[in-house]
Design a protein around this ligand. Structure first.
Ligand SMILES: Nc1nc2c(c(=O)[nH]1)N[C@H]1C(S)=C(S)[C@@H](COP(=O)(O)O)O[C@H]1N2
Ligand SMILES: [Mo]
Length: 409
C-alpha cells in the first residue's frame, strides 16, 4: 500500500522509470522459471519443486499484466515524447507485443484442460517461439543500455584542452565506434549462444518424423530378436505420426538387454506371470492408431502403436475380486502410476513394443511402454516392466507432485 501510494505520487517520468524496472524484474523471474520448465533435465532434479516453479511462473505471468495496463495509461504521452525516435518506438511495440503474446498463450497453457490439446498445442508453439526470439531481444536490449556503455566519458577526467590527454573513449567518434563495436559483439554473442538450440527447436517443429527416425537409429536397447511388425504396423496404418515427442524422464534413461529385461504381472492375481524377452515378444499383439497429449501442451498425432492389450494381460493373470487398482512400475526404478481396473480394461490401453512399425527406442520408453490414449500421457509409463494388482489406491509420480489424478483428455 505504501509503495503504491509512493508510486501514484510520483511524476510521469519517475512512474515510467519505475514501471520499466518492475517490468524488468518480472521478465527476469519469468525467464528463469520458464527455462527451468522448458528444460527436461530439471524434471528429475526438482521433482516436486517443479510444480512450485510452475505456479510461480503462472502467477508472475498473470501479474505481468499490471505494468502493461499502467503503461497503457501513460502510453499516449510517452508515444509523443518518442516522436522521431523510431528505434525506441519500435522497442515499445516489440516489448508490449511480447508481453501480451506470452500472457495470452500462457493463459491457454495454464487452462489446458478447458481449451483442449489443439489450442494448447498452438499456444505452446507460440509461447516457445516468442521466447526464442523475445528473450534474446530483451537480453540484448538490457545489455546495450547499461549505463557504463552509454556514458563512457564518465570514466575519464576532462582536461582543459579538448582532444589532448583525453582518454580515447571520450572523443565522440571513438565513443561511437566503441559503442557500435560492443553492441555488435553482444548481438553476435547472443546469436552464437542461442542460434544452434533455436534451429534445433525449429527443426523439431517442422520436420515431424525425422527426429524419431534418429532416435530409432540411436536406440541404446539391445534386445534380440526385434519384434516383427504386423502388416498393419509396417507400413503404419496411421500413415506415420505427426509432431515430435519431447523426451521426458525423471531419471537417467535406462537401457535393457536380454539379460536385464523381464516383465511381471503380480499382486492380487491367480497366476503370477513373468516373461523374459524371448517369451514376451511371442505374446499376441494388436495395432492401434492414437494421439499422444502431454499436459504441458505438446501432442503427437496419429501414432501407430503395436503391442499387447493390457486387458489381455490381466485376463491371462486372472484378477482376484479383491483387486481394485492396477499399479504400473517403470524399469527406471522411480516412476510409477496407476489405473483403476475399469480404466485398465478399456479396449485401447496398450503395453506397446512398436511405434510406426519400429521398436520403441530407449529415449521414448522402449522396449516396452504403456499407452493410454484417452488420458494425458503422464499415465503412459515408459520402460514399463511390472504390473501389480493391489487393493488400495496408488498415487503416481506426478500426481504426488501436483498433477491431477483425473488424467482424462
Ligand atoms: N518412466 C517414466 N515414464 C514417463 C515419464 C517419466 O518421466 N518417466 N514422463 C511421462 C510424461 S509427463 C510424458 S508427457 C510422457 C513423455 O513421453 P516421451 O518422453 O516418450 O515423449 O511419458 C510419461 N511417462
Ligand atoms: Mo507430460
Amino acid at each position: 500500500m505504501k509503495q503504491w501510494l509512493a508510486f501514484m505520487r510520483r511524476g510521469y517520468g519517475k512512474k515510467l522509470v519505475s514501471l520499466h524496472s518492475w517490468n524488468g524484474w518480472i521478465v527476469v523471474i519469468l525467464a528463469l522459471t520458464g527455462i527451468v520448465l522448458f528444460q527436461g533435465a530439471w524434471r528429475g532434479i526438482l521433482g516436486e519443486g517443479r510444480v512450485i516453479i510452475r505456479w510461480l511462473h503462472i502467477i508472475v505471468g498473470l501479474a505481468s499484466l499490471i505494468p502493461v495496463v499502467f503503461y497503457l495509461v501513460l502510453a499516449s504521452k510517452h508515444w509523443k515524447q518518442l516522436k522521431g525516435k523510431g528505434m525506441q518506438r519500435a522497442n515499445v511495440v516489440i516489448v508490449l507485443g511480447l508481453l501480451v503474446g506470452w500472457l495470452l498463450s500462457g493463459v491457454l497453457l495454464w487452462q489446458f484442460k478447458a481449451v483442449g490439446p489443439a489450442w494448447s498445442n498452438t499456444a505452446l508453439t507460440i509461447h516457445d517461439l516468442l521466447t526464442w526470439v523475445g528473450l534474446p531481444y530483451i537480453i540484448y536490449h538490457s545489455l546495450t543500455r547499461l549505463k557504463w556503455l552509454k556514458q563512457p566519458h564518465r570514466l575519464t577526467i576532462k582536461t582543459g584542452n579538448p582532444g589532448e590527454g583525453v582518454h580515447p573513449a571520450a572523443r565522440p567518434e571513438a565513443v561511437l565506434s566503441r559503442r557500435a563495436f560492443i553492441r555488435t559483439a553482444i548481438g553476435a554473442g547472443i546469436v552464437i549462444a542461442v542460434g544452434p538450440s533455436f534451429l534445433k527447436w525449429m527443426g523439431s517443429q517442422l520436420n515431424s518424423g525425422a527426429d524419431i527416425e534418429q532416435l530409432v537409429q540411436s536406440d541404446a536397447n539391445k534386445l534380440i530378436p526385434a519384434p516383427a511388425p504386423l502388416p498393419a504396423s509396417l507400413p503404419p496404418i496411421g500413415g506415420g505420426s505427426k509432431g515430435s515427442f519431447r523426451i521426458y524422464t525423471v531419471t537417467p534413461i535406462p537401457t535393457f538387454d536380454n539379460n536385464s529385461f523381464s516383465f511381471t504381472v503380480d499382486g492380487l492375481v491367480n497366476n503370477k506371470l513373468q516373461w523374459n524377452w524371448e517369451q514376451f515378444v511371442k505374446l499376441k499383439r494388436t495395432v492401434q492408431v492414437s494421439d499422444f497429449h502431454c499436459v504441458t501442451g505438446w501432442s503427437v498425432y496419429q501414432n501407430t502403436w503395436e503391442g499387447i492389450l493390457l486387458k489381455d494381460l490381466l485376463k491371462l493373470a486372472g484378477v482376484k475380486p479383491s483387486a481394485k487398482t492396477v499399479k504400473l512400475y517403470s524399469g527406471d526404478g522411480v516412476y510409477t502410476d496407476s489405473l483403476t481396473l475399469d480404466q485398465a480394461n478399456m479396449d485401447d490401453v496398450m503395453v506397446a513394443l512398436l511405434h510406426d512399425g519400429k521398436p520403441i527406442p530407449s529415449d521414448l520408453g522402449g522396449p516396452v511402454r504403456l499407452v493410454v490414449p484417452k488420458m494425458y500421457t503422464y499415465k503412459s509409463v515408459k520402460w514399463l516392466n511390472r504390473i501389480e494388482l493391489i487393493e488400495g489406491d496408488h498415487t503416481g509420480y506426478w500426481e504426488e507432485r501436483g498433477y491431477s489424478t483425473d488424467a482424462w483428455v
